[in-house]
Design a protein around this ligand. Sequence first.
Ligand code: BES
Ligand code: MN
Ligand code: ZN
Length: 527
Amino acid sequence: MKLKPIMKASLLSMALFGASFSANATIENPLVTSYLSTQTVIATQAAEQADTLVVVVPEGAAIQLAGWSTSTVEQVARIAEVAGFEGKMGQQETVNAPAGLGVTRLILVGVGDPAEAARTKVEDAGAALANMINNTKAETVQVNAELISNPVYNGRILAQLAHGVDLRNYRFDRYQSSPAARPAQTYHYHVTSRSHAEREFEAMQALAQGVFLARELTNLPGSAGYPAAFAEYARQALEPLGVNVTILTPEQVLEMGMGALYGVSQGSQHKAHLLIAHWEGSSEQPIALVGKGNTHDTGGYNLKTNAASIHRMPTDKAGGAAVVGAVAAIAGQRLEQNVVGVVPLSQNSISGEALLPGDVVTTGSGLTIEVANTDAEGRLILADGLWYVREHYNPRAIADIATLTGAKMTAVGTDFSAVFANNELVYETLAEAAETVNERVWRLPLDPRFERSISSRIADMKNTGSPGASAGAMLLQRFVGDTPWIHIDMAGNAQVDGPSGIHPAGATGYGVRMLTEWVKVYPKTAE
Ligand code: BES
Ligand code: MN
Ligand code: ZN
């Protein structure tokens, strides 16, 4: 693996403003390249030359921008009427622009009542707008929201719209020798007040950078995103943001007694690592985010025999990627929160050294686990990740996120994740955060009656049980003690086969926005 040194200032400004690099910089580390090929301009004036005008329209508003002639206003009103466009949230209309406007095309984007506009609906409108524009030859897109006169709503809605545009326009094409043309427009957001808009734009852009980082890590093939590489990529992206990054080597993992984490990769040429990313934005007791970073999952000796299923397994690090992305977003937003992200990193492969079904591993906590099935590796590495973060950081709450079980997909599908919590406040705040960003969660049971199913004849517990998704959660629960905790099973949420909404094809970055929002809303002092 060759990693070029990072230009710190550029990465920071890129993280905050989506700026591109100067032409002479050679960048091989993909995570240092700007994730977007579009340009964003935020200005209190209109673009000098635009070929496309986007007008953001509140429901029922007369469509009329400053400087429009009476005849233009009339023509646009007629166009809108014929199209049935009323400015309702989600409505969108592309038309040939009346001659007086000086642009080729006019796009009307409805946002309903600006005071009531749900953030995710505006983001969806932005994603739909991007998709529409990518099907045209537009180069410079002027986005005008002056029909929303309140400067707070004006700035916020434009920032959310831009967020949707950006999320949709991410591409993962660096393994293609002649990739499809990337979106390359300049989006010129005309804000009524710079001071109101800037903070909103910066927060959303930092969030988008976190999502892109998670998508990038998730999209990496197993042979490129193996434990050491994942950790190094994360370090290079996080350190310039002021995050304190520690990477434990396989030797250290073993020395500290984390035999479950170590065991999963013992048969791979790529041994286990533990990534710790600490954003100390306050001095309070931290919140911990723990993500499954299994960089590929063959199943081990319980080999995955379904071709489509094993092919999806580069995404088995999506939980870890979500944690890294969330820490990046939190740091990028300079949140006054103490957050520690922990990612146990493994690669579940086969060789003469690999774990055998029936083997017993000893976790850092001292508890032993019988490996009834080598394909239930996620809970093994998370057991040690959870133990480690409690032991070293005494967090006031923990969320873990993992592509853990196929059973979860059978139960709730791939739009929702399944969550399991030992604490109502943690569940309620996380569910609220998930709702805010439209990453849906559905609660499933943790119950003492499931304990029996993970009991082992020869060890303290075994790594399989029934019902499948709850059994995984029950095992994890044994490593969190009385710390308020929630487990998020995101199997199936990590990747989409084709573009939809804010997601281009490939990794979704699921979890980044929810975890970032949760950290913001979780009460500062434990109750
Ligand atoms: N990484 C898989 C879970 C998964 C399946 C994620 C499909 C995304 C899509 C996990 O490690 C696994 O293999 N789980 C097993 C557990 C079983 C052996 C107890 C499963 O769910 O089949
Ligand atoms: Mn597995
Ligand atoms: Zn797995």
